[in-house]
Design a binder for this molecule. Sequence first.
Ligand code: XUL
Ligand code: MN
Length: 343
Amino acid sequence: MAGEFRFTFGPWNIHEGADPFGPNVRKTIEFDKKLKMYKKLDFDGVQFHDDDAVPDMDVLPPEKIVKKASELRNKLENHGLTAEFVAPRLWEDPRTIDGGYTSNDPKCREYSIERSKRSIDIADALGTDLLVLWFAREGTYIREAKDSKVAVERIVEAINAMLEYNSKIRVCIEPKPNEPMDQAYIPTTGHAIALGLLCIDPDRVGVNIESAHAILAGLDPSDEMGFALAHKKLWTVHLNDQNGLKFDEDKSFGSVDLRRALNQVRILDKYDYGKNGEWVGLDVKAMRTQKDETATKHLRNSRTTFLRLLEISRALDDSKIDELIKERDYEELEQYVVESLIR
Ligand code: XUL
Ligand code: MN
């Protein structure tokens, strides 16, 4: 239990504060300015949506996309930053209105696969082998809209096309049970890992576990992590917090349930997460009420909370815990953990 952790976030985590019921409340910070903030906030890695890295990629030829991504790689290096992953943004273009890979329209499915290949090119040029797939619209608003068996087969077909396109790329699925869809096809870690087994190279399909997404599925994020670790599939995480079953809140890590956060830190630390280069991603959003000048505090705070919980976890007496488990004195064990958090 002595590993070190490296932290990442995406440019979308510094944002203007719009929500479904109201417009932007903060000024847009241009990408280059955001890059300068990373090191100041003690972060070393950057997560990208494909068009965060190469804006307007849909109207650029493939060679131009690669060129722009290579230029960005130099820029990142100048800032001492590393690209962690690239994720195709398949939820804004009109061709993804009814899903990307699971769209009922073959032309839209084709667009989504092509766009994913361009994302892989960007990842390659940025020097990362990790492609994250958050299946935003791969689901339905009504049960009858799509065939769920066919939908899964179509996702497999799309992932196979990616694995074939680039023999090094690792595809990392970020499950989420709902939002924006009523029902998503790959709602949990178990679904994501099982989906990987249907693909042509299961060794290159893993998961990105987001705390809030697991909570929205009624599951404990640390147990989800344990499941993925047992399968050697936990290739990145999106830590944050979530206050019950409502919209995806992306709250600062540990801000709702410290004990739940402690257990996530604890399992990552216990099983040497990070030893194979995995990053700790913080997919957190500032509250809409936050003013421009203080709209990055959620990132610093989440990292600080992670490291404080790491100290608390490492200070817990494992032999005492083992003894209490042996005695089946879970009341005492619970109090021991609770006391560690309120000291
Ligand atoms: C959506 C979400 C995304 C992914 C990246 O809920 O978490 O930001 O993490 O596409
Ligand atoms: Mn996420």
